[in-house]
Design a protein around this ligand. Structure first.
Ligand code: NDP
Length: 274
């Protein structure tokens, strides 16, 4: 019997998850289909109940349901517990388990797609929202030497830096030249958000930097364009998007995720204006 997996969110029409997941399903040859479900704000727990009733094999969870689904789940992984947010639901026997794989997804894509280990690296994270928090925890868990959090709101920076334990601290723009990686986890650079405003003064970026932008719409953000001009190595947010999808796909199927096929599908869809 065909198995069904999906993503819940609102709005969801422009989600790239179906493109990425159906590329993986096709490449591996599973008799599955992956669908996007538009679930209204406030209906996250009902969607989890429906997953149980309908026997869906897995669910990705995006805004605005990442916190709201938690009461309907049987248990959380330690990452989801600490971060208080779920982006992937999988089955463990009769239990539904909530995980948070955004940060681990970034590490996975850097390792597998970019050949880049964060171990021993000095990392600056710009931003302290949901994506930043997941990345901060993952960087520390994978051996980064420093995780320096630079954010507009100081209180949120403090609480996010704690997620990196001993290697975490709050920083300012003046810290950036001494870093190896600069990761933009603010919303700046997304199409339509504060046009013209960059998350960092590009003159602080040099050719020794790797600059990662979590924003993937557009793929070439103003920050990445400016960083390229200054000789930095630049990595787009498609990697993290696909990395977390790989982890979800593997949880659900037990098969190795075909990352290159998934990246190609995401990039083609974005190029086609998805
Ligand atoms: P949140 O709303 O949780 O956090 C937004 C962050 O951006 C906060 O740190 C906020 O600062 C900062 N920010 C917003 N506007 C400004 C501004 N004008 N000037 C300075 N800082 C600003 O969002 P998320 O963490 O969920 O998402 C952040 C970005 O990451 C989005 O662009 C999203 O598309 C991307 N993302 C990418 C993913 C991927 O797979 N590639 C996955 C998830 C997210 P403050 O705390 O001061 O408000």
């Amino acid at each position: 019997m065909k198995q069904v997996a999906g993503v819940i969110g609102h709005p969801i029409a422009h989600s790239l998850s179906p493109v990425i997941m159906n590329a993986a399903i096709g490449a591996v040859g599973l008799d599955w289909v992956f669908l996007a479900f538009d679930v209204a704000n406030g209906d996250g727990t009902a969607a989890i109940d429906a997953m149980r009733t309908l026997g869906l094999i897995g669910l990705s969870v995006t805004m605005p349901h990442k916190q709201a689904v938690i009461p309907a789940l049987d248990r959380l992984t330690p990452d989801a517990q600490v971060l208080g947010a779920v982006n992937c639901v999988y089955r463990d026997g009769t239990s539904l388990v909530g995980d948070n794989t955004d940060g681990a997804g970034l590490i996975r894509s850097l390792d597998e797609h970019e050949g880049l280990s964060v171990s021993g690296r000095r990392c600056a994270v710009l931003g302290a929202g949901g994506a930043a928090r997941s990345v901060i925890r993952a960087l520390a868990a994978h051996g980064s030497a420093v995780v320096c959090v630079v954010n507009r709101s100081a209180d949120r920076a403090e609480s996010a830096a704690l997620l990196a334990g001993d290697v975490g601290r709050v920083g300012t723009a003046a810290d950036l030249p001494a870093m190896d990686l600069i990761i933009n986890a603010t919303s700046l650079g997304m199409a339509g958000v504060a046009p013209g405003e960059l998350a960092v003064d590009p003159d602080l970026i040099g050719s020794h930097h790797v600059v990662v932008d979590l924003v993937y719409h557009p793929i070439e953000t103003p920050l990445l364009i400016a960083a390229t001009q200054r000789g930095a190595r630049c990595i787009s947010g498609v990697g993290m998007l696909v990395g977390q999808a790989c982890l979800a796909f593997e949880r659900w199927s037990g098969a190795a995720a075909p990352m290159a096929d998934m990246v190609a599908a995401a990039e083609a869809a974005i190029a086609a204006g998805a």
